[in-house]
Design a protein around this ligand. Structure first.
Ligand code: G3I
Length: 377
């Protein structure tokens, strides 16, 4: 009796183990079948996307017909990556030198210039029929130590800046379509930003920079460039007054760059951006959207990517409908290489291609907006 009871117990235990094992096996097979099905669906979806993408002309072709340049900021080191270089030349017709022409990288020592990276980017642009935006001649960041910590007389500061601008602009004379001559010289409250240039030269450094840049390359369009001044606020009012004052003095300035580094939560109001561009048009100035990206709190959800696409669309529409907005440039194009994650903790996915170089909804919204503009024309 006891023996039978024990056998029964063993039988039950073995039965349970076999039952569990079979359950796991069957579940595993079902999961695998589910994954396979899902995988096949994704592959099919990707094939269809490739067909859709092939049906859309490259952005640069449509933008050209709309009468604007479309572009991205680039780093020299990334141009050796085949996917990166391929998308750039396929999609864009204007490039901005992201870091290569800033004071620190290009002029690291008093008598030493390092033009290798800029030469490479500009040659790449020229051999692919692209314009170049030169960024930037006068800024308070990315300065070499000999400038940032330098102690000089006012006269010496003026000579340093003059020699820098004449050399850098002169070297690329006739090859740079537009220069960001002065970058971020106004603080958020509309006062002049406290920088080495303001402290050591005085407010005249701004007009001096424009005059020297024009002397070194009379063909280049010269821009004042800033962030947080896209709509109507104290900063954009101050920029408006600054450039108006420069024009009244006969200073050679041709445009204002609206950087457009924005977040999904807090984009500028498109009507205000339109009004700001319009008042600059009334002064006879061009506008370029110079550094657009739309950062998202990570992980980015599908709805976030759609909202991001709508923001890109709205700003591009404003640019397309303004007679004086001639370029729409983003601060990079792939999320694989973007300054955002390194500067805004917890944020990313700010550009129009993902980190695998696949176009995001924003890419398609931009293409559709350009096509929509053409069909309305
Ligand atoms: O090149 C050096 C490299 O030699 C060194 O090993 C490495 C170590 O950190 O640093 C490298 O330099 C970095 C450089 O980017 C190139 O990658 C700097 O540290 C880094 O500070 C620099 O950041 C740049 C930033 O400006 C500087 O403030 C970003 O790439 C660049 O996207 C960003 O661009 C600015 C615009 O010029 C003006 N508007 C705002 C925009 C975003 O901040």
């Amino acid at each position: 009796m006891r023996l039978m009871g024990r056998k029964l117990l063993y039988g039950v235990i073995i039965g349970l183990i076999i039952g569990f094992a079979a359950g796991y096996f069957i579940r595993g097979m079902m999961v695998e079948a589910g994954i396979k099905e899902l995988y096949e669906q994704i592959s099919e979806f990707r094939r269809r996307m490739v067909v859709v993408r092939m049906a859309i002309p490259p952005l640069r072709n449509i933008a050209e017909k709309c009468g604007i340049y479309i572009g991205a900021a680039v780093e020299r080191s990334l141009l050796d990556i085949p996917d990166y270089a391929y998308i750039l030349k396929q999609e864009f017709n204007i490039l901005t030198t992201e870091n290569a022409l800033k004071f620190g990288p290009v002029h690291p020592q008093p008598n030493v210039y390092s033009f290798g990276d800029a030469d490479y980017i500009i040659n790449f642009a020229e051999s692919n029929g692209m314009r170049v935006r030169g960024h930037t001649l006068v800024w308070h960041q990315q300065l070499p130590g000999w400038v940032a910590q330098g102690k000089y007389t006012r006269e010496e500061w003026i000579n340093i800046l003059r020699e820098h601008i004449m050399t850098v602009v002169g070297r690329f004379r006739g090859r740079i379509y537009a220069w960001d001559v002065v970058n971020e010289a106004i603080a958020d409250d509309g006062t002049l930003r406290d920088t080495v240039w303001l402290r050591n030269i005085g407010p005249e450094y701004i007009e001096m920079a424009f005059r020297w840049a024009h002397e070194a390359d009379p063909q280049a369009l010269l821009f004042y460039n800033d962030y947080g001044a896209e709509g109507l606020n104290a900063k954009s009012d101050a920029i408006y007054n600054l450039v108006k004052g420069l024009l009244e003095k006969g200073v050679p300035i041709h445009g204002v760059g609206l950087q457009m580094h924005i977040s999904l939560e807090n984009p500028p109001n498109p009507q205000e951006v339109a009004a700001n561009i319009k008042r600059l048009n009334e002064l006879g100035l061009e506008v370029h959207i110079t550094e657009m990206d739309v950062r998202i709190r990570m992980p980015a959800k599908w709805e976030d990517l759609i909202k991001q696409a709508e923001i890109y669309r709205d700003i591009l529409r404003v640019c397309l409908t303004a007679d004086n907005c001639k370029a729409f440039v983003m601060w990079g194009f792939t999320d694989k290489y973007s300054w955002i994650p390194g500067y805004f903790s917890g944020y990313g996915a700010a550009l129009i291609f993902d980190e695998f170089y696949a176009p995001k909804p924003a890419y398609y919204y931009i293409a559709a907006t350009l096509i929509e503009h053409l069909t309305k024309k």
